[in-house]
Design a protein around this ligand. Structure first.
Ligand code: PLP
Length: 397
């Protein structure tokens, strides 16, 4: 007989999933009720308000897609892009590359604006591309590039796109609840995120939001959306009408009921803390972690001005065995940090401080574990002072 699966309790400080607040896993264990039960529908309405708060938007079309962040990405592209369109994609890491895939699978042309990995998307390069491709309909970019830890300026990139009559799609999977994000103030037209990064919820859902301009483009489509499941015209019939208006929800798919309890709880926790306080907490613990990592002599991949607090990519010192270090952290400390992706594989570590994981005890655990493991492996680092450097930072606050 196969026995039940009992995972160990790990500390998750990689690129996601992040540490889940126990309140969220407890919420998930509550009784499953029908997804058209009036009480469940009421919870969904509340969830919409909480998501609007998290995204700083009044967009009525603000919902969680019943699938992970990648499905939120695909929802934006398949609904807004039609065959023959031109879309400008700013790429500075792995996820911009996936945007290109999405554009091309819609039968559209992707004009790529490339920036070096570890750099922010360059507004000047975007403007050059907008001038060179006046037929472009959309601009897409990633706010928080999880593959490198670089942050791009959503406000500036969005206003440039609008000057040239393009809508924007923003990837906010890693930025939501970790760094400043203001969908309405910045005029973002379509945005998607995920639950398992700075919301510290379990993986598997993707909050998305669309403004009226984006909805008008969807309604004016000449062709049907090629994905039945992600077609917002159908999804809106399910999530769209509110119980307060008394209109009926049309069955589209069975909502992942317990996963939605989890997201609701994570958003309640965010509201209790306050969005700006959550941003400030990520910044604070990032600075403490940075003090410790720099004391070890590790160098950040991203220049300070463009660095994300929630994703700390550092260069692996010469001669150090990437896999052996991560295995020692996992086996001896139950601590997960992230490996490099794509061209950065084997060259960097990605240390996440996302959501519930952005805490003092996690920072100190990570620094003491890294310091010990690197010392044991005779790595060329300044061994022994990482924890005290972080503590000294906290004491100055
Ligand atoms: C994690 C991530 C995604 C994909 O989300 P999944 O939930 O893994 O599908 C997309 N974009 C960025 C920037 C991410 O960090």
């Amino acid at each position: 007989m196969t026995s039940s699966f009992y995972p160990p309790q790990r500390t998750l400080m990689g690129p996601g999933p992040s540490d889940v607040n126990p309140r969220i896993t407890q919420a998930m264990a509550r009784p499953t009720i029908g997804h058209l039960d009036p009480l469940f529908v009421g919870m969904m309405d509340e969830m919409k308000g909480l998501l609007q708060y998290a995204l700083q938007t009044e967009n009525a079309l603000t919902i969680p897609v019943s699938a992970p962040g990648s499905a939120g990405m695909e929802t934006c592209f398949v609904n807004l892009v039609e065959a023959g369109d031109t879309v400008i994609v700013c790429q500075n890491g792995v996820f911009g590359g996936r945007m290109k895939e999405n554009v091309e699978r819609c039968g559209a042309t992707a004009v790529m604006v490339q920036d070096e990995w570890g750099k922010a998307c360059d507004p000047q390069k975007l403007e050059d591309a907008l001038k060179a491709h006046p037929q472009a309909k959309l601009v897409a970019f990633v706010q928080a590039e999880t593959s490198t830890g670089a942050s791009s300026d959503v406000k500036t990139l969005t206003s440039l796109a609008h000057q040239y009559d393009c809508l924007v799609i923003v990837d906010a999977v890693t930025s939501l609840a970790g760094t400043e994000l203001r969908v309405d103030d910045w005029g973002v037209d379509a945005i998607y995120s995920g639950t398992q990064k700075c919301l510290s919820c379990t993986p598997g859902l993707s909050p998305v939001s669309f403004n009226q301009r984006a909805i008008d483009v969807i309604k004016a489509r000449k062709t049907a959306v090629q994905s039945w499941f992600l077609d917002l015209n159908l999804v809106m019939g399910y999530w769209g009408p509110s119980s307060s208006t008394g209109s009926k929800r049309a069955y589209h798919h069975t909502a992942p009921v317990n996963a939605l309890y989890a997201l609701h709880e994570s958003l309640v926790i965010l509201e209790e803390e306050g969005l700006e306080n959550a941003w400030a907490r990520h910044a604070l613990h990032h600075k403490a972690l940075k003090a410790g990592l720099e004391s070890l002599g590790l160098n950040f991949v991203v220049a300070e001005a463009d660095r994300l607090p929630q994703l700390n990519a550092v260069t692996i010192p010469a001669g150090v065995d990437d896999g052996a270090v991560r295995a020692a952290l996992l086996n001896d400390y139950n601590l997960e940090i992230g490996a490099g992706l794509g061209p950065m594989a084997g060259k960097v570590w990605r240390i996440g401080l996302m959501g519930y994981a952005a805490r003092k005890d996690n920072v100190l655990l990570c620094l003491s574990a890294l310091d010990e493991v690197l010392g044991r492996m005779h790595a060329p680092v300044n061994h022994g002072d990482a924890v005290s450097a972080a503590l000294a930072f906290y004491q100055r606050q």
